[in-house]
Design a protein around this ligand. Structure first.
Ligand SMILES: [Zn+2]
Length: 153
């Protein structure tokens, strides 16, 4: 693929057990988001490996670039789609970093009690919030998504 095109790396998936829950992490990178031509999305299904309440989830990030600008924005959505009649807690955090600017682009994490069928949505108004740093959109940005399902056992 030509260097001046947008590309996304394959995702690296890792899981962390916690005493009160289950965390899954998706790491991938976006190269040259400034060249994004059409809407791009990333989707993953997650089944929490829980003995008591094996909830299932669909996660989706969608990004698009406003025409003729470097404004790249979108949303991250997490929907619970099992049919268990129990509320569980979930903490969703999305981080977008440049290797020179760790944690420079913070998005608030969402911490919520969720029932089956409910959805969390995080607005990503700009992946690089400060226009002074727009040149980073021509470089590689790393994305880390953490989904932490808790109080399920
Ligand atoms: Zn559990």
């Amino acid at each position: 693929m030509a260097a001046n095109q947008f590309s996304a790396s394959p995702v690296v998936v890792s899981q962390k057990p916690h005493h009160n829950g289950h965390e899954i992490l998706y790491n991938f990178s976006l190269c040259n988001a400034a060249a994004l031509q059409e809407e791009w999305s990333f989707t993953q299904d997650y089944q929490a490996p829980c003995q008591t309440s094996p909830t299932s989830w669909k996660f989706r990030v969608t990004l698009k670039r406003a025409p003729k600008t470097l404004l790249v924005s979108g949303s991250a959505k997490l929907k619970r789609n099992d049919s268990l009649n129990v509320a569980v807690g979930v903490f969703l955090q999305l981080r977008i970093n440049h290797h020179m600017f760790k944690d420079y682009f913070p998005f608030p994490g969402v911490n919520k009690e969720i029932l089956s069928g409910e959805e969390i949505c995080v607005n990503i108004c700009k992946i690089v919030p400060n226009s002074f740093y727009e040149y980073l959109l021509y470089q590689e940005l790393s994305v880390c998504v953490s989904i932490y399902v808790k109080n399920c056992h």
